[in-house]
Design a protein. Structure first.
Length: 274
């Protein structure tokens, strides 16, 4: 656990978290305050957490909560912890990200601009599966213990947030970080959590696993050649969940690791470095 996280534990731990009568709500926050970054906070157990005026999550039974900042987040955000009629608030200034441009050529046309009606129908079915998986909201706080890289050897081949140009056509930004690795290399859970989706053969993602680390903070591991977990499984940090492959929209074996909180796309590497 990082020094900042230990400070959160110590600083808020003795406060009315034990259930004594409260005259105020405490709020301690640390993290990476930047586009694609995050905030990890501690407050009164079960306090509602408002982000820029919208109720987005609830603190765990131990008072921990998570808030993510999208790639294109504004320059500041306000976090409010509210328990009954009492609240505490923090305004965070967010740094801008520096996102490169990434060109990938040689992809099969059907993985860039599919037109076949049967394929389009399949893609829609898979969108529904992924939407359900990303809607997972496990009542927990596994994120509090930090993240590790999902591969033993870390070789970044494509940075997070890059503006993608696929076969010469501008596409959405790349919301994953690509890690090069040999086919069959073990993929390990980056943090503890519950498997929200495990599909072996999706059109774009290939072998895909989603892990909910608590409160809708979800890791996605793409392009796997094999999956070793199933939906509903509980995994610990470091457990082998699958194997590196090149399934789906990929030009060679690698792992694309994505991280999402609610509808916000986050940079997974910032969780490792937290």
């Amino acid at each position: 656990m990082s020094p900042d996280r230990r400070a959160l534990l110590a600083g808020v731990g003795g406060l009315a978290l034990a259930g004594a009568a409260r005259a105020e709500v405490q709020l301690a926050v640390t993290g990476r305050f930047q586009q694609g970054g995050h905030a990890i906070g501690r407050t009164t157990p079960r306090a509602m957490i408002y982000v820029d005026g919208e109720a987005l999550t609830q603190a765990s039974a131990a008072g921990w909560f998570f808030v993510g900042f999208d790639r294109d987040a504004a320059g500041s955000t306000e976090i409010v912890a509210r328990d009954g009629g009492v609240e505490a608030r923090r305004t965070l200034r967010l740094e801008r990200g520096d996102f490169p441009t990434s060109r990938i050529d040689g992809l099969p046309p059907a993985t860039v601009q599919p037109t076949d009606p049967a394929l389009l129908e399949r893609i829609q079915r898979e969108v529904a599966l992924k939407t359900e998986g990303f809607a997972s909201r496990v009542d927990g706080d596994d994120f509090r213990d930090g993240f590790r890289w999902p591969l033993e050897t870390v070789r970044v081949t494509s940075a997070w947030g890059a503006q993608r140009i696929l076969n010469g056509t501008p596409a959405r930004p790349h919301y994953g970080i690509d890690l090069g690795g040999p086919a069959g290399a073990a993929i390990r859970a980056p943090a503890a959590g519950t498997v929200a989706l495990a599909e072996r053969d999706l059109h774009f993602e290939g072998g895909l696993t989603l892990i909910d680390h608590g409160q809708g903070l979800i890791s996605a591991c793409l392009h796997q050649s094999r999956l070793h977990v199933a939906r509903g499984d509980r995994v610990a940090a470091g457990d082998v969940i699958g194997r590196v492959g090149s399934s789906g929209r990929a030009t060679g074996p690698h792992l694309c690791w994505r991280l999402k909180w609610r509808d916000r796309n986050l940079d997974p590497s910032l969780m490792v470095r937290a």
